[in-house]
Design a protein around this ligand. Structure first.
Ligand SMILES: [Mn+2]
Length: 469
């Protein structure tokens, strides 16, 4: 059979794969990405050049890779989502012979045989047409590209990965990186080059443009719908894994390609593990279910956490802890506006939680609060779930941050055991405005009364019947 197939391959040339049909129509436009490159260029020092590589592919099993996830910075600047690419961005226009250009993109070469196995590639012509670049070449052309990196006053690049295999295919990321290091004479990564790259991308990405806001609203809204459906569907006999699957199904229903991070779906003791990811308890009993799950839509991540009693009704202890976390959110929201120092948010959340835990007799001194609330309250949100942003400065209009206080009391904690295995986090995605804020995830209820009311409703998923195995 194998010999037959080989013969077949010799006799016929493999037809090139045609462009994909029925794609979503709301991707970021080439004008958006071009605008981001211009904004990046404006922040570059005179006579500098920036070099941005794709992320590597990673092995899932033997010869199978994980679904590829683009480097968010490269995606932001180009819209290109494939591996084995490098963008070279110049502050000033360059001239080689008759060509003048201020940016060059090297991409993965088209290959009909490969594309029948691992999927379509945009290739040089596709990138010109869809992403609006004029200087585009196959990756293998990078080594012969006439560029003297040493003539520039400043090189700008991100951390260089050091764990890539020695794939010497000239278009492979490993070869592109080796070529860059050789051309630029890099023996050791230059910290000032990396710091400048991070500074520029942070300054740009922490402020969301109107085009990004459309996608952020979509990803957060559809994640809220998923949370609400799980609140309705969940019961003491449901597994964590199934609750996770309902989120994923609803994300896909609305066109989200992925989750922005590994979903955290943990009941009781599992909810007290901050980044619990096994999601493998076969039932939840009468415990609290903590769900920290957000979709990724066209690259943009939501980050929403809701905590719901699996049986639909909070116990007195669960309710008391839940109310403190809710109150902490409410107090932090009052600070969510332009001009608030980012660190004030963390201080406020800590203060409210400490006071609440002291009142319940769970701690006696505010200093003990980090035993039960060990993380900070907020992070930036966008292309990365923990997005780039200046954590030591003040909030600005059109930033998006999370507000996610929590209390986690594992078994054997030094308090009355009636509090053990209660883990609560409530997390919302907040758009900072001049004098106030907008809660982008307001579509999913937070008040305990509203959570209980929603949990009483029936879900479509309750009626789904599958064969027993
Ligand atoms: Mn978060």
């Amino acid at each position: 059979m194998k010999q037959f197939l080989l013969l077949f391959a010799f006799l016929f040339t493999i037809a090139p794969i045609e462009a994909q049909e029925n794609l979503p129509t709301d991707y970021l436009t080439k004008e958006f990405h071009k605008g981001r490159r211009e904004a990046f260029r404006n922040l570059m020092p005179p006579n500098s050049v920036a070099v941005v590589f794709s992320y590597p592919e990673r092995v899932f099993s033997q010869d199978i890779n994980y679904n590829y996830h683009a480097n968010p910075d490269l995606y932001y600047l180009t819209g290109y989502k494939e591996p084995d690419a490098v963008l070279v961005l110049f502050k000033e226009s360059q001239t080689t012979g008759n060509d003048t250009y201020n940016e060059v993109l090297f991409v993965r070469e088209r290959n009909a045989a490969q594309e029948t196995w691992t999927g379509r590639r945009l290739g040089v012509e596709g990138v010109k047409a869809k992403l609006g670049f004029t200087a585009v070449y196959n990756g293998k052309g990078f080594s012969s590209f006439a560029i003297d990196f040493k003539k520039f006053s400043k090189l700008i690049y991100d951390k260089i990965p050091t764990d890539l295999s020695g794939n010497n295919n000239p278009g492979h990321l490993h070869a592109l990186l080796q070529t860059f290091k050789a051309k630029a004479g890099i023996i050791q990564e230059d910290k000032t080059a990396v710091d400048l790259f991070i500074k520029i991308t942070t300054d740009l990405r922490e402020i969301k443009t109107p085009e990004e806001m459309v996608l952020m609203r979509k990803t957060v809204t559809l994640s809220c719908i998923a949370h609400n459906e799980v609140m309705k569907a969940v019961g003491p006999n449901m597994s964590e894994n199934e609750a996770d699957g309902i989120h994923a199904y609803i994300h896909r229903h609305y066109g989200a390609e992925d989750e922005g991070y590994p979903p955290i779906v943990g009941a009781g003791a599992n909810g007290c593990i901050l980044h619990y990811g096994e999601n493998n308890a076969s039932k939840m009993d009468n415990q609290l279910l903590l769900m920290d799950v957000g979709s990724e839509y066209h690259g943009y991540s939501a980050d929403v956490t809701r905590t719901v009693p699996a049986n639909g009704k909070f116990s007195e202890e669960q309710k008391a802890i839940y109310q403190i976390v809710y109150d902490a959110q409410e107090e932090v929201f009052k600070l969510c506006k332009e001009g608030t120092p980012f660190q004030d948010i963390n201080k406020k959340a800590k203060e409210v939680i400490a006071n609440g835990l002291i009142k319940l007799g769970i701690i006696t001194n505010a200093k003990e609060v980090s035993k039960y609330y060990p993380h900070s309250c907020s992070h930036f949100l966008g292309l990365d779930v923990h997005d780039k942003g200046n954590y030591m400065s003040k909030l600005k209009e059109n930033m998006i941050i999370t507000v996610e206080p929590g209390i986690y009391i594992p078994a054997n904690s030094n308090c009355d055991k009636k509090w053990w295995n209660i883990g609560v986090r409530i997390e919302d995605d907040i758009l900072i405005q001049k004098d106030s804020f907008e809660n982008l995830s307001a579509a999913s209820p937070r008040k305990w009364q509203e959570v209980e009311a929603l949990a009483k409703q029936k879900s479509t998923f309750n009626d789904m019947k599958f064969p027993k195995i």
